[in-house]
Write a protein that binds this ligand. Structure first.
Ligand code: F6P
Length: 362
């Protein structure tokens, strides 16, 4: 069996651990296996850049961060667009798949990667997906690999804000990754003891944010911590189309709301307010123990799917059990945080504010 494998989109802890488990499974369960590793995501499939990998190449990868194959974003919108020579990237990918005589293609990636994987599957390629992303936004799986490790890092960063914020009596806004969804900010915010959590799914009211922080101050709190997702939006911004909002932010010279909100808070409350963007620290380094375990589970299960010739699917965890979903069913869907999610309710129960105006609160 000739198997192609690639890692696409933003990296995260656990990509190597999943590939290790997959390779160990297929090498020990399927006869005459050849693994072809495409370099830099779908780009390797398009440009036919790859390495022939042997079982030994997958050793010592459990703890290794990043991806040994390299990764790159290939915007989905450009996949079917002709390159000027009447060749779309999709055509080139299919050609590589056929020319190399692949029996299966394994794609490790997030929402965009899954969209392309579903397209390739609909074009006759035999694809198995694996759900990677620190954003945890892939439809149909309880959790994606990489999320737990990123949560641990983000939580430690928020933890460390408490002492410095307390020392100076400041308000600290900690920006957590998550451009479209707030899972990471929600979980790390709760775990890190943030007083306020701002996520894209629950647009914040600036006046409500300020009123909450002032009330805390009046009641004796020396400092406050706000966990804010990079994709957090105000109620006014939420009324705009995505492109309009991006244009407005570009005109203001900002990519996220964090700094603007911090300045508004400082101006209105008179309390020194600082920001901390955690950024790529959340994506770098080793997977944590939980991710190592689920990477092993998901990777070996993907190997089992290949052995059983079950294609056009992606691996998922559901109710603690490993399973699969059809790529066609999950492609293009986003698992956002439902505003009434039990974790949001739990956060509210312990006094965490989501920056909602009074009439919006449940
Ligand atoms: O992997 C998802 C993510 O971490 C998002 O939360 C973030 O917006 C994005 O990647 C940024 O990634 P890059 O700068 O590598 O494109």
């Amino acid at each position: 069996m000739k198997i192609g494998i690639l890692t696409s989109g933003g990296d995260c802890p656990g990509l190597n651990a999943v590939m290790r488990a997959f390779a160990k499974y297929v090498c020990s369960h399927i006869e005459d296996v050849k693994i072809i590793g495409f370099l830099n995501g779908y780009t390797g499939l398009i440009e036919r850049e790859y390495e022939i990998l042997e079982e030994k190449d997958f050793e010592n990868l459990l703890l290794a961060g990043g991806t040994m194959l390299g990764s790159k974003r290939q915007p989905f919108k450009q996949i079917t667009v002709s390159d000027g020579n009447n060749r779309s990237k999709l055509d080139k990918m299919k050609e590589t798949y056929e020319k190399l005589g692949l029996d299966c293609l394994v794609t490790l990636g997030g929402a965009g990667t899954h969209k392309t994987a579903a397209l390739l599957a609909s074009e006759g390629c035999k694809v198995i997906g694996l759900p990677k992303t620190i954003d945890n936004d892939i439809w149909g799986t309880d959790v994606t690999f990489g999320f737990s490790s990123a949560m641990e890092i983000a939580t430690e960063c928020i933890d460390r804000m408490h002492s410095t914020a307390a020392s100076h009596g400041r308000i600290m806004l900690v920006e957590v990754m998550g451009n479209k969804v707030g899972w990471l900010t929600l979980y790390a915010g709760i775990a890190g003891g943030a007083n306020m959590i701002l996520i894209p799914e629950i647009p914040y009211d600036e006046n409500a944010v300020i009123a909450f922080l002032e009330k805390r101050r009046r009641e004796g709190a020396r400092y406050s911590i706000v966990a804010i997702a990079e994709g957090a939006v105000s109620v006014e911004e939420a009324k705009l189309k995505r492109k309009e909002m991006a244009a407005l932010r570009a005109a203001r010279g900002e990519t996220t709301a964090t700094e603007r909100l911090a300045r508004a808070i400082e101006e209105k409350t008179g309390v020194e307010t600082r920001t901390q963007v955690i950024g790529y620290l959340q994506r770098g380094g080793s997977p944590n123990p939980y991710d190592r375990a689920i990477c092993t589970l998901m990777g070996s299960y993907a190997g089992e799917l290949a052995e059983k010739k079950k294609f056009g699917v992606t691996v998922a965890l559901s109710g603690g059990k490993v399973t699969y979903n059809s790529l066609a069913d999950i492609a293009g869907k986003t698992k956002s945080v439902p505003p009434a999610h039990q974790m949001v309710k739990a956060a509210k129960a312990v006094g965490i504010s989501f920056g909602e105006s009074e009439n919006k609160k449940e």
